[in-house]
Design a protein around this ligand. Structure first.
Ligand code: PEP
Ligand code: MG
Length: 756
């Protein structure tokens, strides 16, 4: 074997020349394996490529029987080659035939070779094939030789990914990289979207693989690592981030990794073997990702995604790029595929080009999902592994009804979904026709269907969906998508726009509900909390920071001059909080009237019912406020003691179960008893089956995402309410046959052809 420093460099240089020569793909592969064999002084070099049917096919060989090319094959997991592909790890053996996994393929004539070194051909952590060298003598390949072969495999991965080898596949067969694949997870928003993959924070594609001068590349790497470390230290020192729990842990982990000597050593080694600094980052990352994929420890896997982010940051530093301006190059039918995403990031994409969103993580009530719902795009979540299987530009279907996605779908599946989309469009047409129809049950009882909103982008939906008004305006969304506290004027402007869009329809503004899972990165006062959902949030926080509340209330009072202002307080736990808030409101009213401001014609103050403590003082609550709105997302979380953002538990408990339905009934009854209007504005109102249950329990006003109004109205029109009331009289305290309430409600609807 040659000198390790010059060997790989010469080889990579040779490969670069080969890549540029106008050769047929087979000829190019044949020359590549020949050159690798000669460079590594090996008698054999073979390339196996993974097909979509999980078979590794011999694509080129130097040293084995040439007639075996495209004939010799092994299943994934079979033989040494199959073992390497399945485990994504190299095998380095001085006597291959003694290895328990050795499988003899007579057509190749390989029994005369003893030593064996095979490495996986990896791209973004996926195995695309296996590259092998063999020698007759019994030798153990050195670490730098393993490293050199891995580097070479990276070049081959690029050839496979760019489609260079596709012409070599036999008819009817496909390479694994193009394999159609489906994932099932959870539906976070209904609808079906057909389009093309846009990877959020796309993996940076490194095209410049070979360096001209290793020392210069190492210097470039060091400089970029230096800036990366500085930028992390910088972020850690900024008070706003430093005091915020999860962010800090992630950044601490980043800092640790960025200083990890093993990582830096592997990067430098890859550069000394001839790669550019960028390609070295990509290679080291790909090896690590592939190895981590086989780990089951969730902590380590989590760390891996931190490491991925870090590697991406380092690549950006090296390439001198800021965050990409994806919007400009977006296809017109973009489906965003992301590990996770903040609400503001989704808003960076132009709505008219979005056809869907796929998340590896997330929960139905996370903010990006709430925003996606407001934008009316289908969302599928919990799609583990989707990011590494998808390439930018791949065809994809998001099925937001089943909670599934189909990557690179077969034509018949695509046709079936296209039909589904047409069917939905026809149904939307029906909903549009319902828009102007009265919102009454089959037996003529009026139910107000309102919509939830929070941003200017939501407003056009008011007319489009035919909502009776805005039942919940989440004012904190303006704060969450801003980079600093929105000034009083900006707040007032937004509230005026909302009221203008609503015309004479009612709007309920909720005072800012931050804290918990709604983090403002610029809020200097945020503290690290063990249990943020139970912590310093919503009304608790704004009563402690009355300046924030006063500014907002003043902006609302001014914007509502000459019309009614409905103000709602989030996360009320005890009645004293309502009294305190009223004092602040009254003071602002007095202040504005002193300066002869145009005041609202009437002011109604309501409380959100989200904390169970209020359930034990319902009559007092109803007397203390002008209206109550049930925040079922939080109320359910606290009644069932189940974190609303915990995906592990998101399907475990049912809001349509007897205990929660009984809670909802008690609230509606208390409202009626005290003549205090009660509404409900959590996600529960948006599903026809749960909306039906709410109406049966006495709710006459519910607020939901705009896209839900059509389906809920279609249900309402067919609902004989008196029969449903009788159903609850019979079943709420003693469900028939001990069946789950959801099943009974479904049967009730099916028996009466109520569309759910
Ligand atoms: C709720 O908790 O149900 C609610 C409407 O508030 P949010 O989802 O904004 O917490
Ligand atoms: Mg809430």
């Amino acid at each position: 074997m040659r000198d390790s420093a010059s060997g790989p460099r010469v080889l990579l240089k040779r490969l670069r020349e080969l890549m540029q020569e106008p050769l047929e793909p087979q000829e190019r592969l044949d020359r590549i394996v020949r050159d690798i064999a000669s460079n590594m002084v090996a008698e054999v070099c073979s390339l196996y490529v993974l097909r979509a049917d999980s078979v590794l096919e011999l694509y080129a060989t130097e040293g084995l029987n040439p007639n075996a090319v495209h004939l010799a094959q092994l299943r994934l997991g079979q033989g040494l080659v199959g073992t390497i592909a399945a485990s994504a790890r190299p095998l380095n053996l001085s006597n291959a035939q003694e290895h328990p996994a050795f499988a003899y393929l007579p057509e190749t004539g390989e029994e005369i070779y003893n030593s064996f070194l095979g490495v996986p051909v990896l791209r973004a952590g996926r195995t695309l094939g296996v590259l092998v060298v063999q020698n007759k003598t019994m030798r153990h390949y050195r670490d730098d030789e393993v490293e050199a072969l891995e580097t070479t495999a990276m070049v081959i991965a690029e050839m496979i990914a760019t489609g260079d080898l596709e012409r070599l596949t036999r008819p009817g067969l496909e390479l694994d990289l193009r394999r159609p694949v489906s994932f099932t997870g959870l539906s976070f928003n209904e609808g079906v979207g057909l389009g093309h993959v846009v990877l959020h924070e796309p993996r940076i594609v490194v095209t410049n693989l070979f360096n001209e001068d290793s020392e210069e590349e190492v210097r470039r790497l060091d400089a970029s690592l230096g800036s990366l470390r500085l930028s992390i230290d910088d972020m850690l020192e900024r008070r706003d981030v430093a005091f915020e729990g999860e962010h800090r842990q992630v950044l601490e982990a980043y800092r640790m990794f960025a200083n990890d000597r093993g990582w830096v050593r592997r990067l430098e080694e890859a550069i000394r073997n001839g790669l550019t600094a960028e390609a070295a980052v990509e290679k080291v990352q790909s090896d690590m990702r592939a190895r981590m994929l086989h780990m089951t420890d969730p902590y380590l896997r989590e760390r891996m995604s931190d490491f991925d982010d870090l590697a991406n940051r380092l690549l950006r530093q090296l390439m001198g790029r800021g965050p990409e301006d994806v919007a400009a190059s977006l296809p017109k039918d973009a489906i965003i595929v992301a590990r996770s995403m903040g609400a503001a990031e989704l808003l960076d994409y132009p709505r008219d080009k979005l056809r869907g969103l796929v998340l590896e993580d997330g929960a139905a009530t996370s903010h990006v999902v709430i925003v996606a719902r407001a934008m009316g795009i289908p969302v599928a979540g919990q799609m583990k592994g989707a990011v590494s299987m998808a390439e930018n530009g791949d065809a994809i279907i998001v099925d937001g009804e089943e909670g599934a996605i189909h990557l690179r779908p077969q034509p018949d599946l695509e046709a079936a979904y296209a039909e589904k989309v047409r069917f939905r469009a026809r149904r939307q047409e029906v909903y549009r026709e319902l828009r102007k129809k009265p919102s009454v049950t089959k037996d003529g009882v009026q139910v107000d269907l309102l919509m939830n909103a929070g941003l200017a982008v939501d407003l056009p939906q008011l007319a489009e969906a035919g909502a009776a008004g805005i039942g919940l305006f989440r004012t904190e969304l303006q704060f969450m998508v801003a980079s600093t506290f929105p000034r009083a004027e900006a707040q007032e402007r937004l509230y005026r726009d909302v009221l203008e869009a609503a015309r004479d329809k009612p709007v309920t503004f909720r005072t800012i509900d931050i804290g918990g899972d709604k983090v403002l990165p610029y809020f200097k006062g945020s503290i690290q909390e063990e249990n943020p959902a139970l912590g310093w949030r919503a009304i608790r926080l704004t009563l402690d920071r009355p300046g924030l509340l006063r500014t907002q209330i003043r902006a609302l009072l001014k914007a509502c001059g000459g019309r009614e202002l409905k103000l709602m307080l989030p996360m009320v736990t005890e009645l004293g909080e309502i009294a305190q808030a009223r004092e602040i409101i009254d003071r602002e009213v007095r202040h504005l009237s002193r300066f002869a401001h145009h005041l609202p014609t009437s002011l109604k103050v309501g409380a959100m019912l989200e904390v169970p403590s209020l359930l034990f003082q319902l009559d007092e609550l109803m007397k203390a406020v002008d209206f109550v709105s049930v925040g079922s997302n939080d109320l359910f979380q606290f009644v069932m003691a189940v974190d609303r953002g915990n995906t592990q538990l998101s399907d475990r408990f049912d809001p349509l179960s007897t205990p929660f339905l009984r809670v909802l009934r008690q609230i509606a009854d208390a409202g009626a008893r005290n003549q205090t209007p009660v509404t409900l504005c959590g996600e529960l109102a948006g599903k026809p089956i749960s909306a039906m249950a709410l109406i049966g329990l006495g709710y006459r006003s519910i607020s939901m995402s705009p896209a839900s109004i059509g389906p809920v109205k279609a249900m309402l029109k067919e609902l004989p309410l008196s029969e449903l009331e009788a159903f609850f009289d019979d079943n709420l305290m003693a469900p028939a046959h001990g069946l789950p309430m959801r099943a009974l409600l479904q049967a009730f609807a099916d028996d009466r052809s109520i569309p759910l």
